[in-house]
Design a protein around this ligand. Structure first.
Ligand SMILES: Cc1cc2nc3c(=O)[nH]c(=O)nc-3n(C[C@H](O)[C@H](O)[C@H](O)COP(=O)(O)O)c2cc1C
Length: 206
């Protein structure tokens, strides 16, 4: 399981005015290398019991200082975020020996943006969004498959509309850390936080 890292990262690669540009570049480079789910990120939220919960989601947009993901608005993660918007998120590209960590707060996306994105999804995913009461228990697999058949029959023809319970969040980022693996566990870590006009950068010990 031991592995020697050999990537690198220097201060000139990260912009103090557009701190997420490098995240976009790393996602694009992973996509170019045909990595599966190059935009997958682990998203941690805080539950009503005060305990963190983490799960994977797909990052569907990187903007100036925010990232976007879509989900079911009655899921556990959405219920958490509507009460406690604080999030932490981590990307990891093993082949490139790169990782990015984000800290921020989430706000729900507007209906227009959600519907616009939903319209671009494959039909099978659109149908799936109607089938799943995400995060709610179900008796067994056959009960889910029966729901799937019902929804397929309901939307046998025409467009599949965006379900009212489907939505998304924008994570407004207020801390970002870029990590690159280096030999001898002396990895590069650059952390950025917003300052008065630009983001300030610190190099952290590995
Ligand atoms: C690679 C990967 C990508 C995923 N992307 C999403 C996503 O974009 N949105 C989503 O709601 N769930 C996504 N999931 C499923 C979630 O990890 C999770 O099972 C689901 O959202 C329920 O989480 P919750 O009960 O904590 O709300 C993804 C899972 C994996 C493994």
């Amino acid at each position: 399981m031991r592995h020697e890292y050999s990537a690198s990262l220097d201060e000139s690669t990260v912009s103090s005015v557009a701190p997420l540009d490098l995240l976009r570049t790393w996602i694009n480079e992973a996509a170019g290398a045909e990595v599966a789910d190059p935009n997958a990120m682990c998203l941690a939220t805080i539950g009503a019991d005060g305990a963190p919960r983490a799960r994977m989601v797909l990052c569907k947009g990187v903007e100036e200082a925010s990232v976007i993901f879509f989900t079911n608005m009655t899921s556990d993660k959405a219920e958490h975020l509507l009460v406690r918007p604080e999030v932490a998120s981590t990307f990891w590209w093993p082949d490139a020996e790169r990782s990015v960590r984000l800290v921020g707060h989430a706000t729900a996306l507007g209906r227009d943006e959600v519907e616009r994105y939903f319209a671009t999804r494959p039909r099978s995913s659109q149908v799936g969004a109607w089938v799943s009461d995400q995060s709610a228990p179900i008796a067994d697999r056959s009960a889910l498959e029966a729901k799937h058949l019902d929804v397929q029959a309901r939307f046998a023809s025409g467009e599949v509309p965006c379900p009212p319970h489907w939505g998304g969040f924008r994570i407004h980022v207020h801390e970002v850390e870029y990590w690159a693996g280096r030999p001898a566990r002396l990895h590069d870590r650059l952390r950025l936080r917003p300052g008065a006009s630009e983001w300030s950068m610190e190099r952290l010990q590995p």
